[in-house]
Design a protein around this ligand. Structure first.
Ligand SMILES: C[S@@+](CC[C@H](N)C(=O)[O-])C[C@H]1O[C@@H](n2cnc3c(N)ncnc32)[C@H](O)[C@@H]1O
Length: 538
């Protein structure tokens, strides 16, 4: 009996672990595939779904009871990978003991632990409910304090001197391709091995009121959040768009990478008025005025046939579920930490519909950006760990637009996409970040590039771009070329016939063709060879 019960707990634990490993939002398939006796299937469904839904509540109770520590005492005060299996089994057993069948059966050490404390755990749960305690469980995460040097206003030497004056010594960073974690000792600082211009300080270091932070020369930004601008890395003369900018951490990181002598520009879109105001302020504070232009507008409203035709590089960091945010920083205010960079729509507890809706909007943003004729490079990121918002989005985009490909983003970053068969075409090219492996929030980044042959097709002269009109989006240069060709091929022709042929070729109204033809002829100084002929036909 106890063995059967333990078997069910083990199956439930494995399902939850697989679900987490594959960053899937659906448990249904895993439950259907489980090998259990017919009579046990409904018990398994209830156990897995209940433990999954009530995770925060259960862990919060366990934490108050000191059970989290009892399951796995970290070897020191430093963050250490938690033995995931034990915690997941604890989640299942707690569910059964407190909310499910209310019985604790099984043979494992976790079952014994919960059995011994059942009465006390029940009391804690009841008291939490009575005092209306939130059911959110925030893991005690100790993350280094990350600081980025803003190269528009400062440099690494100045930053080092500044930190030295506070008693911090820069020490060499120990990092290998297999260990990308960051551990900073007391009074030490270290440059990031992957992200240029980013340094880390010990967890809990408050930078509140720091002179260089207040002046915008130093920016408090999480390590993972720096990967997007790095994946884009536009040259200093690039024309860029950030489609989802506020509060501007990634926009201003792109600006910093382009440098103080950049000749390009960044149009920073933001659709929320409140957040736009923050963006505008931060662009000013961090030295982006003139070069970085805030645009209070929904990026989806951009007419890709007539606006921003010369934009080559696009950053897309859209609203997401925020499921990767694990950091519970020790000190510092929200604004100080730049936490409000994340526009979180659905948090834990995974609302599958909400996540699918986000993924739809994320896909549309990328596909819309790809329509800009000059676009060659796109960096896409989320602070979500769900494949729905990450690899699935990349796959959908690549299937919908074969003119673009996924290319390696930040090759130095050791952790790549989910190793699942359907993603094998690009999994090694995208980056994933994870608290346990990279000492940062959960994050995802992909870089898309337009395929070479498509770039050539789209190459258009600047004067041609400027002459595009809403009247069928026909450029004067293309139109003139077509008229010349037509006249050369056919010799004299009735004007009506010319108009009709042009209208058909450019898929425009005959009236517009007439107007455009007149424009071409009026400006026909360059059409001298055919001038006579053209005058006649008009
Ligand atoms: C995740 S946050 C961006 C964080 C920002 N990239 C940073 O690093 O500071 C997403 C932001 O994009 C905005 N947004 C979402 N969809 C948008 C759209 N279609 N056009 C313009 N802004 C959008 C949201 O209002 C929100 O402020």
């Amino acid at each position: 009996m106890a063995r059967n019960a333990q078997n069910l707990i083990d199956i439930a634990t494995n399902i939850l672990l697989t679900n987490e490993r594959e960053h899937s939002t659906g448990l249904k398939n895993l439950l259907y595939d489980a090998k259990v006796a017919a009579g046990q299937r409904s018990m398994l469904f209830a156990m897995v779904n209940g433990a999954f839904k009530e995770r925060d509540q259960l862990f919060a109770v366990a934490d108050e009871e000191g059970l989290m520590e009892a399951v796995a005492l970290p070897p020191s005060s430093l963050p250490s990978p938690l033995p995931k299996r034990d915690f997941t089994e604890l989640q299942v057993v707690l569910y059964e003991a407190l909310l499910g069948s209310r019985r604790v059966r099984g043979t494992s050490a976790i079952v014994d632990l919960v059995k011994g404390r059942k009465a006390s755990l029940q009391k804690t749960l009841a008291s939490r409910r009575k005092r209306g305690a939130t059911n959110k469980y925030v893991p005690k995460v100790q993350m280094p304090r990350y600081v980025r040097v803003n190269y528009l206003l400062s440099n690494d030497v100045e930053a080092e001197k500044h930190l030295n004056s506070y008693g911090y010594n820069f020490v060499p960073t120990i990092s290998t391709s297999s260990d990308n974690t960051v551990t900073v000792a007391k009074n030490c600082a270290q440059w990031d091995p992957v992200v240029p211009g980013l340094f880390s300080l010990p967890p809990g270091t408050s930078m509140h009121g720091d002179e260089l932070v207040d002046s915008g020369a130093l920016v408090l930004q999480d390590r993972s959040s720096c990967l997007t601008a790095l994946a884009l890395s536009p040259p200093p003369d690039a024309r860029c768009i950030d489609t989802c900018s506020a509060p501007g951490n990634k926009t201003m990181h792109v600006a910093s990478l382009m440098g103080a002598n950049a000749t390009g520009s960044i149009s920073a879109f933001e659709r929320s008025h409140q957040r736009y105001l923050t963006l505008e302020r931060r662009i000013g504070l961090q030295g982006g005025e003139g070069f970085v232009k805030p645009v209070e507008r929904d990026f989806m409203s951009v007419d890709v046939n007539s606006e921003f035709q010369d934009v080559t590089h696009i950053l897309i960091d859209p609203s997401c579920s925020g499921s990767g945010l694990v950091a519970s920083y020790g000190a510092g205010t929200k604004a100080e930490l730049g936490e409000d960079e994340n526009d979180i729509v659905a948090t834990n507890g995974v609302d599958e519909e909400a996540v699918l809706e986000l993924a739809r909007a994320q896909t549309e943003l990328i596909l819309h950006a790809m329509k800009l004729p000059g676009a060659t490079t796109i960096a896409y990121s989320t602070c979500s760990v769900h494949r729905t918002e990450n690899e699935d989005v990349v796959l959908n985009v690549l299937n919908s637009n074969p003119n673009w490909e996924c290319v390696p983003a930040v090759p130095k970053w050791p952790h790549r996409g989910l190793d699942i068969d359907e993603f094998k075409g690009f999994a090694s090219k995208v980056c994933r970040a994870d608290y346990e492996k990279d000492s940062t929030n959960g994050f995802f980044v992909a870089r898309f590039e337009k395929k070479e042959k498509e770039k050539k097709k789209e190459e258009v002269a600047p004067e041609e771009v400027a002459s595009k009109t809403a009247e069928g989006e026909v450029s004067t240069k293309k139109f003139t070329k077509a008229v010349k060709k037509m006249v050369k091929e056919t010799g004299e022709m009735k004007v009506k016939k010319v108009r009709k042929r042009l209208a058909a070729e450019f898929k425009i109204d005959v009236k517009i063709a007439k107007k455009r033809l007149k424009e071409v002829v009026d400006a026909s100084s360059k059409l001298e060879i055919d001038g006579k002929l053209l005058k006649r036909i008009t």
